[in-house]
Write a protein that binds this ligand. Structure first.
Ligand SMILES: [Zn+2]
Length: 223
């Protein structure tokens, strides 16, 4: 089976939600400076770069990312939805309701905003579109087999709208008799792949760090 990487590597200044820690890689010992070996100090907030939000991010009684087994982090029949959005725009139910999600376990929203990650990082960080709260609710009510949402922006919610951010995440992560399992959110995804690619399965490999809600991750698409 062939693979495609749908996440970005962590590097100095990797995108991070404004107000959280800026990722940095600091050389410690370096062979070029006369040391015997190379080592680095890596400083990264847990919501930096491509990362996966588990329910505990907004629901304190929810699961942390290391509570999930590899099977639970594998998603069959993912759908990449083309939803071109301008700054601060929201993904509405009408943008996605025509698609056939019947066997889909993971919905990936391609807003097109990912291109600003390279060309205009400030815009990527401060003007991002997001998903409407009603859309998350609709997905959970109508398609309880969907366990994961991903997006090519820094957050699932639009920037500079704290109430939307809170409600979007809580609606994704809370338990309710009307819903399936609480969702996982993958943010800052690389969805700039070949249009023709039909991905059969997505696997998320989070950093194995105990005691935190969410961690940076590698996302592999199998096609
Ligand atoms: Zn996050």
């Amino acid at each position: 089976m062939k693979t495609v990487i749908l996440s970005y590597p962590i590097e100095n200044n990797s995108p991070h939600y404004i107000g959280t820690t800026e990722p940095s890689l600091e050389p410690l010992t370096q062979i070029k400076n006369g040391d015997d070996y190379n080592t680095y100090k890596i400083t990264v907030g847990n919501h930096s770069g491509t990362h996966i939000d588990a329910p505990k991010h907004f629901v304190d009684t929810g699961r942390s990312i290391l509570d999930y087994s590899p099977e639970e982090l594998s998603f069959k029949n993912p759908i990449v939805l083309d939803c071109p959005k301008n700054p601060y725009e929201l993904i509405e139910i009408k943008d996605i309701s025509d698609a056939d999600f019947d066997k889909c376990e993971c919905l990936l929203f391609k807003t097109g905003f990912g291109k600003f990650r390279e060309t205009d990082l400030q815009k990527y960080l401060t003007k991002s579109p997001g998903i409407a709260v009603e859309t998350v609710d609709w997905i959970r009510e109508t398609h309880p087999q969907i366990r994961c949402l991903g997006i090519d922006t820094i957050s699932m919610s639009r920037y500079r709208d704290a109430e939307n951010a809170k409600q979007t995440h809580i609606t994704g992560f809370k338990t309710s008799p009307n819903y399936g399992e609480p969702l996982l959110f993958i943010e800052d995804m690389n969805l700039d792949m070949d249009e023709e690619l039909t991905i059969k399965e997505v696997m998320v490999v989070p950093w194995q760090i105990k005691g935190v809600d969410s961690t940076p991750c590698t996302v592999i698409g199998f096609f």
